[in-house]
Design a protein around this ligand. Structure first.
Ligand SMILES: NC(=O)c1ccc[n+]([C@@H]2O[C@H](COP(=O)([O-])OP(=O)(O)OC[C@H]3O[C@@H](n4cnc5c(N)ncnc54)[C@H](O)[C@@H]3O)[C@@H](O)[C@H]2O)c1
Length: 437
């Protein structure tokens, strides 16, 4: 297998800088390029700044050389791996790959860090050599903290390219590698964005009909199901409503015509108003929540009432005994339980219908959600906790089509997706397979 020792990172924005930093930490020689050298130099210096610096040892900065696309592109000829992390625009990315293809050495590997552009839209019509050497390496933000990297081959990518990248990302960079297919938003964001966009829509229905609050929704959509403490609205405050708006637009354009996710690609009217008035989240000083630090050192947390459009003091929701786990919530016929049944059944069924279209197996899906979204259990592990029969009965009682992987389970006459303490998983062929390390 080829080894990656020299890396060229194109783009010194949030992601490019993070990728350059983790490669420098791992002892690689890194070339970091951007439109102007000054931006690159500044990005390099920032690598050791802050409370959780990307590069902890100043000496490692010597591993990074900087430059500009205009003056230094020729230096990519030395790189074993060229990772593109420039602006999310297919024409600009294609133009960049067009420039580097004649310069790079034979056997070097090209990847794009795109979060949503199909890889084939980038390589279509490009020389055969490039089509054989290109893949997606989708790092998650912040690069030095998030474990997940999605690795996606194109139709003509050589298997050695994926093997080399898989080994480098997993062993040298110590990332969690998930093997995904070249489909809209790959795995993590396909499911995670569905969960967030559908969640906002269903939550507002529950707020209007049953009086749930943002705090209740966030308390329910966190600990009981093993999701991070930010819950739904707290997470969207972190990501930013502008990003969510663009994600929704991208899904609207690219999702297959019959995809269930099409139902909720738009923000609700109330949330769209927040977006339009620039109340985007933490980066604008407040979104759904606003934290105020007072001169005496105390803090107050306010929450924005999205139906009545005003700020009020936050009132954290204390979970009752019947709200402590996914199983408790599915036996709970109160509004809070019904809301969680709605969002979790929808998300789990959506996911179960996406395999094998977006992933060769359920293991990569579960890993993507654990490593990229901080879920304690992935969707198929959650179905096992809940009991697949509960979902299957629900699908039958609603007269809906059976999600693909649930149908595989029914046909194989099995009742779980994992067995032997997670050592084996149910494959798309209905047989048991060893879970790879
Ligand atoms: N930020 C995230 O959370 C995240 C996560 C995963 C993937 N991504 C993807 O990573 C890539 C980079 O995103 P980012 O968040 O680092 O963006 P960013 O805005 O921080 O950086 C973008 C970089 O592109 C450069 N650029 C802008 N216009 C250019 C042009 N015409 N030609 C060449 N370079 C140009 C900029 O100088 C900048 O360095 C995108 O494809 C994005 O979708 C982002």
């Amino acid at each position: 297998m080829k080894e990656i020792r020299t890396v060229a990172v194109l783009g010194s924005g949030t992601m490019g800088t993070g990728i350059a930093g983790v490669c420098a930490n791992a002892g690689c020689e890194v070339l970091l390029l951007d439109m102007d050298q000054a931006a690159c130099d500044k990005a390099k210096q920032n690598l050791t700044a802050g409370r959780s610096p990307i590069v902890k040892d100043e000496a490692l900065l010597a591993n990074i050389k900087t430059g500009s696309f205009e003056n230094d592109l020729a230096a990519i000829a030395d790189a074993d791996w060229i990772c593109e992390a420039i602006i999310e625009n297919v024409d600009i990315k294609r133009s960049m790959f067009g420039k580097i293809e004649p310069i790079r050495k034979d056997g070097s590997i090209l990847t794009t860090n795109t979060s949503g552009i199909p890889l084939k839209d980038i390589y279509q019509g490009m020389p055969e050599r490039m089509q054989q050497d290109i893949a997606v390496t989708h790092f998650f933000n912040p690069v030095h903290i998030m474990k997940l990297v999605e690795l996606v081959p194109g139709e003509n990518t050589r298997p050695e390219v994926i093997e080399t990248l898989g080994h480098f990302l997993g062993t040298t960079l110590k990332k969690g590698v998930v093997y995904a297919k070249d489909t809209v938003n790959f795995i993590g964001n396909r499911i995670g964005c569905f969960w967030m966009l559908t969640g906002m829509n269903l939550a507002e229905k529950a707020m209007k009909n049953d009086g749930l609050t943002i705090e209740t929704v966030d308390a329910l959509m966190s600990t009981p199901v093993g999701f991070p403490a930010t819950g739904l609205y707290g997470l969207i405050d972190l990501i930013g409503l502008d990003v969510m708006y663009n994600v929704g637009k991208n899904l609207d354009i690219n999702l297959p015509a019959d995809d269930y996710g099409r139902k909720f690609t738009a923000l609700t009217d109330n949330v769209q108003k927040l977006h339009d008035q620039g109340q985007l989240g933490r980066k604008t000083g407040g979104g759904f929540y606003k934290l105020t630090r007072h001169d005496d050192g105390s803090k107050t947390m306010e929450v924005f009432d999205i139906t009545h459009h005003h700020w009020r003091d936050a009132k954290p929701h204390t979970l009752s005994d019947s709200e402590q786990s996914i199983n408790a919530l599915f036996s709970n016929d109160e509004p809070n339980g019904r809301f969680m049944q709605d969002i979790m059944a929808t998300t789990l069924c959506y996911t179960a219908d996406l395999v094998p279209d977006i992933s060769i197996d359920i293991v990569n899906v579960d890993r993507a959600m654990r490593w990229g979204f901080g879920w304690k259990k992935g969707p198929f592990e959650l179905i096992d906790e809940l009991g697949a029969k509960t979902l299957i009965d629900l699908v039958n009682s609603e007269g809906m089509g059976m999600p693909k992987m649930l149908q595989v389970m029914i046909d194989a006459d099995e009742s779980t997706f994992y067995r032997k303490n997670g050592e084996e998983h149910l494959g798309t062929d209905g047989n048991w397979h060893t879970v790879s390390a």
